[in-house]
Design a protein around this ligand. Structure first.
Ligand code: F6R
Length: 379
């Protein structure tokens, strides 16, 4: 069933354009025309009561789903102007935030079986039940398995449509979770009129280009990355830098690498480097910098320059080319320039390939890494 791919993980990486297409088709209304109020642009099939007067959002998740939630927070705050917090489910269980009124609680779990995430949601449901109506829980699950324990626990679900994922390292389910957050944030932004119709249209048009852009990336990058990883046969540590909406992608790139290649890797918000982690850098520690055009583009470039000055090999995930500011990078993994809000879903692709090829080259069991299970059903 690997359809010619060496591992399920690689097959699943290649399924991502199709997953994004399926999410676009399911969540976005192709009949919507800006300024036509008869049709809504997004249809998630959720009851309006869970949204209406929401004043804040709390998200609980673990691992890669927690990274998707961080991107969700950026989108919800930026597009819908709703203050949003993201919690590790395992922390929230024992140190929940104070109750706030009119709060939407979102649990993100691809398997729908992660014990900590289920327990955090159950706890929140119970403690809110005991309070006044305005504290009562509005609960929403984002899952790839609507038939799971999460699906049975919560009446309101966004189904992420990635199909079954076999590789332990989450790839296509992550991309689908991010798509669910685009749809959710844009729906709330539309209902609250926090973005103009023109901007909404522009973002939706941009999202429609994403599947083709991922296909292009896979076509042009995979061989290059497979070659590039020869440089890292001896590498023991990697640093990933990103900022803003791509900070979670730095975390995700580092997590993918550590879980399947067993290389020590850390993701940092690039501006934090100078507050300590920069002491780690030398010629043995490569730095992957995610530099996508937008608010923090120049900032990431100058943070990358600081790493270069410590002799780190610098790998750029960026649309910049050689001869421009791209000269600072030892290796360039080009990614198309898109609206900053859409950039994480492209930037993550080369990082998945990088982790995959490093692990595959080391002869490791990519689909079944040591010590890990596909779903963590114990606390
Ligand atoms: C990483 C990975 C894990 C999961 C985490 C949560 O590649 O797969 O970090 O993301 O265990 O799993 P779900 O989303 O099933 O709750």
């Amino acid at each position: 069933e690997k359809q010619g791919f060496k591992h399920f993980m690689l097959k699943e990486i290649y399924e991502q354009p199709g997953v994004v297409r399926d999410c676009l088709e399911a969540y976005f209304n192709s009949d919507w025309i800006a300024n036509d109020s008869n049709v809504a642009p997004i249809n998630l099939g959720l009851p309006p009561e869970i949204y209406n007067d929401v004043e804040q959002i709390q998200i609980v998740a673990c691992g890669t789903s927690w990274h998707a939630a961080l991107i969700g927070k950026y989108l919800l705050e930026h597009l819908a102007q709703i203050p949003t917090q993201v919690h590790y489910a395992s922390e929230f269980r024992y140190a929940p935030s104070p109750l706030t009124p009119n709060t939407l609680i979102i649990g993100v779990t691809q398997s729908g079986e992660t014990a900590d995430t289920l327990a955090a949601l159950e706890m929140e449901k119970e403690r809110r039940k005991e309070q006044q109506p305005k504290f009562q829980a509005r609960l929403l699950g984002i899952t790839n398995r609507p038939e799971s324990s999460l699906g049975r626990m919560l009446p309101n679900i966004i189904n992420t449509l990635a199909g079954i994922e076999i590789g332990v390292a989450a790839t296509k389910t992550f991309v689908a979770q991010v798509m669910a957050f685009y749809a959710l944030a844009l729906d709330l932004a539309y209902l609250r009129k926090t973005v103009s119709s023109a901007k909404l249209q522009e973002i939706i048009n941009g999202l429609r280009q994403i599947p083709g852009e991922i296909e292009g990336l896979l076509e042009t990058q995979e061989k290059y990355i497979e070659e590039l990883v020869h440089e890292f046969n001896e590498t023991k540590d990697f640093i990933f830098l990103g900022r803003g909406i791509n900070f979670p992608i730095a975390l995700e790139g580092a997590l993918k690498l550590k879980e399947i290649s067993y290389i020590h890797a850390e993701g940092y918000p690039a501006g934090e480097m100078k507050h300590g982690p920069i002491a780690l850098l030398d010629e043995k520690v490569p730095v992957v910098a995610i530099a996508m055009p937008g608010t923090v583009y120049e900032k990431v470039i100058s943070n990358a320059q600081e790493a270069k000055a410590r002799d780190s090999r610098l790998i750029g995930v960026t649309p910049i080319r050689d001869g421009e500011a791209g000269d600072i990078f030892n290796d360039l993994i080009p990614v198309p320039a898109v609206d900053e809000l859409l950039s994480p879903i492209l930037a993550v692709i080369p990082l998945q390939l990088l982790a995959y090829h490093i692990a595959a080259r080391r002869g490791l069991d990519v689909d079944q890494p040591r010590n890990l299970a596909k779903s963590v059903t114990v606390e």
